[in-house]
Design a protein around this ligand. Sequence first.
Ligand SMILES: N[C@@H](CCC(=O)N[C@@H](CS)C(=O)NCC(=O)O)C(=O)O
Length: 211
Amino acid sequence: MPTLYYALGACSLAPHIVLEWIGRSYEAVKVQYGSDELLAVNPAGAVPTLREDDGWLLTQAGAILNYLAHKHPEAMLAGGHGLRAEAEAHRWSAFFASDVHAAFWPIFVPSRYTTDTSDVARKAVTEAGQELVAKQFAILDRHLDGREFILDGGRSVIDAYAFPMMWWATKLLPNRLKEYANVQALHDRIAADPAVQKVLAREQAAGREKQ
Ligand SMILES: N[C@@H](CCC(=O)N[C@@H](CS)C(=O)NCC(=O)O)C(=O)O
């Protein structure tokens, strides 16, 4: 049975959702950033990490999602067949990893982006991050015009990848997702999915447990 190491509300929510969509047994282990338990499975001290029964470890959200989609073709989460469909899946995976996720970092941890410790400097970094995130959501919003999901071929791991980031945006952008009606619609569609509700409830319950 595969094991997913996750943290609350983090990008690890994406493979957590995908494991639920796949519908096979898995274990989800909540970890603390910086803990020995996490460092033992991911030298970056980051989530997500997927562990297979034989001890094989896979890190990087995009790689895990791609692996799960192809390990379970019956779940039809890879976003279509053929060279171009695969290229599109890689394109959007890279977009979320390199452009969207990275744009959130100055908002999450502004101190990593300036050596100036003043509140003014930190606030400026946060605002720069918000602008960068907004730019990425504008791109996604245009792409989603007339589409139900990000890739052709229906719901895919890429929609799950988008979900935590859309969720963060509803909390961290000054205008939330108001300017991005198509992104808001995708967020709402994924959020309403019973499997997603189950995963969110599980993560929240785990968060309430005593450490
Ligand atoms: N490139 C990595 C980034 C993973 C990442 O940054 N995860 C965050 C949570 S969303 C994390 O674990 N941060 C802890 C830290 O940076 O200390 C991936 O896509 O898996």
